[in-house]
Design a protein around this ligand. Structure first.
Ligand code: GLN
Length: 536
């Protein structure tokens, strides 16, 4: 389809409560618009003061998602990529911290020519600039911008004000979709619309009339209730859409299609509605996902397992890989601090495959090392991701190479055998924000007989990173001689990116994060191969 001359903007705001799934709604709508031939991208504006979520504890905000260009971003960007099958970038995630940082550095340079720097217009101008920047490159017909937080929060006021101004400037080229909750009161058996009315009123107080309301609900919302919402909230009846709970997030696009959300959006934006919508590969995926022929139990060992969002991309990559293998992946969330010498065999022996998750710091390391030992000794498929690879190296050093107290210098700076060590470029770094080895780098697979080579079916790959420590090359020959082989290497620095134990069914450790690249339409080959081998 020919590119539109003017980019259209869709803003997604949230009301009543957080966690209603604005990210999934934005992704689902964007998927439908993409399937109708439009080029679409999605952006997230986060109202917190951190420059990015890179320094946030996962308990605070879930996983930190890393883009190709090395931005540490909100986990919703993971959904955008998994749904749209397109890479996002630094420009797709903006925080209040970053906005203020730009404005303050302009002020220091004297760019404001002596003016008083204020929230309106300077902060709002910077917000608008970052929204329009995505549209200005001429790459996208439609930019969907998700505003983090809930309407009424003090933090989100400048964002809502920017949306108000953009709606005024762009006219029908911009619309606002407001996602709210319609709770069900079991005592009276009723769906209640008052919270939605109040949240729209709040938006109106801030100067924004939403164009479309999406109502999250656990029960079907009757026409009469929709009419009431339309009347009280001043939107057309076709613009009241329900989003009912579904078993998998990947069904939401189909639910939104049933509700004709994409058509309503296109009409309101004055764009042609093409009859053809191609969701065939999406539907094929859903058919595989919903009709598994087997189940496989995968242990995910990490220290944040109480909060599944901390490992969002890994969990989603396992879903993609399961569908590809026509099996249901039953994730057993195992806290690494719960694993000890007396129980590890009992906990781990029920599993078909084991993942040791990425992480930082020494908490839970003992349990992770025992896990790697168990998988290695019992020929259980093992997939070590980032720290999970480093753990496998430490375990091998201690128990096979008999290097007592071998460790990463991250966990024990004085270890006699620093088999994992701080990267040269990281030495001397004192600011921890955005300074890890981040983003996509090339990796050469140097062993054509390895499991990873067979899985990727190619020798040069690109994967995303987020780490400071690396395999210590001084020990390379000792590891090779004992049977743990570096099979993937960075061609520029020689850094070990992948290790394998060829004498094992499937024992792979990767310094990068393959989970960030797994999408519905392109399940990641390593996850697919790991699940395939765990099934056998
Ligand atoms: N803490 C390790 C490092 O910095 C691993 C990081 C990770 O798992 N993302 O190298």
């Amino acid at each position: 389809m020919k590119k539109l001359s003017d980019t259209r903007y869709i803003f997604v705001t949230g009301g009543v409560t957080s966690s209603l799934g604005k990210g999934i709604l934005a992704s689902s709508l964007a998927k439908l618009l993409q399937s109708r031939g439009y080029s679409v991208t999605i952006q997230k504006l986060d109202p917190y003061i951190n420059i990015d979520p890179g320094t946030l504890n996962p308990y605070e905000h879930g996983e930190c998602f890393v883009t190709e260009d090395g931005a540490e971003t909100d986990l919703d960007l993971g959904h955008y990529e998994r749904f749209l099958n397109e890479a996002t970038s630094q420009a797709n995630n903006v925080t209040t911290g970053r906005i203020y940082q730009s404005v303050i550095s302009k002020e220091r340079k004297g760019d404001y020519l002596g003016k008083t720097v204020q929230i309106i217009p300077h902060i709002t101008d910077e917000i608008k600039r970052r929204i329009k920047m995505l549209g200005s490159k001429g790459k996208y017909d439609i930019v969907v911008t998700e505003i983090g937080g809930t309407v009424g929060d003090i933090e989100s006021l400048p964002y809502i004000e920017s949306v108000r101004q953009l709606k005024w400037e762009l006219g029908s080229k911009a619309i606002v979709i407001h996602l709210t909750l319609v709770p069900y009161l079991a005592a009276t058996g009723e769906l209640k619309t008052k919270p939605t009315q109040h949240s729209v009123k709040q938006l109106l107080e801030e100067g924004v009339q939403p164009d479309i309301l999406v109502l999250r609900t656990e029960h079907n919302i009757e026409a009469s209730v929709r009419e009431k919402v339309a009347l009280f909230c001043n939107v057309s009846i076709d613009a009241v859409v329900q989003s009912i709970n579904v078993p998998t997030i990947y069904e939401v696009p189909l639910k939104m299609l049933d509700e004709k959300l994409d058509i309503t959006v296109l009409k309101k934006l004055g764009l042609p509605v093409h009859d053809k919508i191609d969701l065939s590969s999406w539907n094929d995926f859903l058919t595989r996902l919903k009709n598994p022929t087997k189940t496989v139990e995968i242990g995910l060992v990490g220290k944040y397992v109480e909060l599944h969002d901390a490992y969002k991309s890994i969990a989603e990559a396992l879903i993609h890989a399961g569908a590809e293998n026509r099996c249901k992946v039953d994730i057993k969330w195992i806290h690494s601090e719960d694993i000890n010498n007396s129980n590890y065999t009992e906990i781990l022996s029920k599993l078909n495959g084991i993942i040791v998750a990425p992480g930082f710091g020494h908490r839970g390391m003992k349990g992770k090392i025992l896990t790697a030992k168990f998988a290695r000794e019992n020929n259980v498929p093992y997939f070590g991701i980032c720290l999970g690879m480093q753990v496998a190296v430490i375990e091998f050093a201690r128990n096979v190479l008999k290097m007592e107290d071998a460790d990463s210098t991250e966990m024990s700076p004085k270890t006699p055998y620093p088999v994992i060590d701080l990267m040269e470029q990281q030495k001397g770094i004192t600011d921890y924000g955005g300074t890890m080895r981040l983003g996509a780098y090339e990796c050469r697979i140097i062993e054509s007989e390895s499991n990873v080579c067979k899985a990727y079916n190619k020798l040069t790959i690109h994967e995303r990173h987020r780490h400071r420590y690396e395999f210590n090359d001084a020990y390379r020959e000792k590891f090779i001689a004992a049977g743990m082989i570096p099979v993937g290497i960075n061609p520029d620095t020689d850094l070990v990116e992948i290790i394998e134990i060829p004498n094992h069914r499937w024992f792979v450790g990767v310094q990068f994060h393959p989970e960030y690249r797994s999408t519905v339409l392109n399940p990641h080959p390593l996850f697919v191969d790991f699940i395939k081998n765990s099934l056998e």
